[in-house]
Design a protein around this ligand. Structure first.
Ligand SMILES: O=P(O)(O)OC[C@@]1(O)O[C@H](CO)[C@@H](O)[C@@H]1O
Length: 408
């Protein structure tokens, strides 16, 4: 088991006593990620790209370091060496398993890019190692099938269409349900038993039609998740619920499928050439919105930082402070929003988001241990089911803190 538990600076003066999630408990979700998922990922990378001996050697060395070494710093010449020294919280030189899961995994992806020569001058510079997986997902017929549903949604009234698109963006985070909206879902508006919390009415109330809202969406995964995110932004712009939309993506490849600018461009091209009329029109509208500035993509370095959002730098804080609402997509953004700790599940979501500089909404399928904002009855039902509801992606949530900026 890990040594000293180092507290991440708290966003306020309240004592933070929930234990940080680490990876040193065999059998835990975080432990399995290191022991199984990452070695398997390295093998997939070797199979997907024809790396030379240097690449294979660097991947071998990284795997050996993960298994029984300590966390090594970036090479002194790395362009972001200083940035990572600033982001270090004393974990360099310690075991990967003892460091906080959030910190260590973020740094693992940074080191993986080094191993495959992503940043170094040479033939692999700028080549996304995860691109083969992303492209395969985007090219699949499942995306066409999912997008065909948009034609049917055109017939729904705007509120029902919005509800369906919000749900598609939410379940898109599971990356296999994207647009599989059945006719019954459109406009049904009923409670979804797989939602452990649903503040979607509060989210819509922040975006009434005709107000000059600026919506920020912090993207998670590319392809089957990013497409419904883009379609949702198009809906908000088109229905007059937003005047401007800002899409935040990662500045470089991360967590396998996280979206970068290149993935946004691929998704928009995919929409434009989709067989369904509505999908192609949506792609064209978004293309024009990019040209006109109504849709802007940004890629702040902090989106690949190993730290919670409570520690975001001032320039990013100012961007979110100016937003009518910021929508955080996915599991990792949730972990960074509420801080990656073993919180009691009934800890109020709004208590954990008081540091955020403006109204914020989380759209997340549950894929890791952290959870907040549940009521007692929901927790009892979930726990009595005996299933891994926190980590299996079978459940999802929409949680909203409409107040924003309470910690000054
Ligand atoms: O952010 P996402 O794509 O929804 O999920 C990221 C994720 O798959 O990666 C981590 C484990 O590798 C977990 O936080 C989570 O399950």
């Amino acid at each position: 088991m890990g040594g000293e538990v180092k507290a991440v600076p708290a966003p306020d003066d309240a004592p933070v006593d929930a234990p940080v999630i680490r990876s040193d408990e065999p059998g835990s979700f975080a432990w399995e990620v290191w022991a199984k998922r990452h070695p398997a990922l390295v093998q997939r990378l070797r199979d997907a790209s024809p790396y030379g001996p240097d690449g294979h050697r660097a991947l071998d060395a990284l795997l050996a370091e993960l298994a029984d070494g300590v966390i090594e710093p970036l090479p002194a010449g790395a362009h972001d060496h200083e940035r990572w020294r600033a982001w270090d919280r004393g974990h360099l030189g310690t075991s990967w398993f003892a460091a906080p899961f959030l910190w260590a995994e973020s740094y693992f992806y940074r080191r993986l890019l080094d191993a495959v020569g992503y940043f170094a001058p040479g033939p692999w510079q700028g080549v996304d190692p995860f691109a083969p997986f992303k492209h395969a997902e985007l090219a699949g017929p499942a995306v066409d099938d999912a997008l065909a549903v948009l034609d049917r949604l055109e017939e729904a009234d705007p509120a029902a269409r919005g509800a369906a698109l919000l749900r598609a963006a939410l379940w898109g985070n599971r990356a296999d349900l994207g647009f599989r909206i059945t006719a019954g879902d459109v406009g049904a508006g009923g409670a979804d038993p797989a939602l452990v919390a649903d503040d979607s009415a509060l989210l819509w109330s922040l975006l009434p039609e005709g107000r000059p809202a600026e919506v920020h969406l912090v993207a998670d995964n590319a392809g089957p998740e990013l497409i419904p995110d883009l379609v949702l932004l198009d809906h908000l712009l088109r229905s007059g619920r937003a005047r401007r939309a800002v899409l935040h993506v990662k500045p470089h490849p991360y967590y396998v499928s996280d979206a970068t600018m290149a993935d946004v461009a691929d998704a928009l091209r995919r929409l434009r050439r989709a067989p369904g009329r509505s999908a192609a029109e949506t792609g064209d509208r978004l293309w024009r919105a990019m040209a006109g500035g109504e849709l802007e993509v940004r890629a702040h370095p902090f989106f690949c930082a190993p730290l919670p959002y409570a520690e975001m730098p001032g320039d990013l804080r100012a961007e979110f402070a100016a937003a009518t609402v910021t929508v955080m997509k996915g599991d990792l953004n949730y972990r960074r929003l509420v801080d990656d700790r073993h919180w009691p599940a009934t800890t109020p979501f709004t208590e954990r988001t008081a540091h955020f500089p403006g109204p914020v909404a989380a759209l997340r399928t549950l894929k890791s241990d952290v959870i907040t904002g549940l009521d007692e009855a929901t927790v009892t039902t979930l726990e009595s089911g005996g299933l891994p509801w926190r980590t299996s992606g079978t459940h999802a949530l929409v949680q909203v803190d409409a107040r924003g900026g309470r910690d000054g």
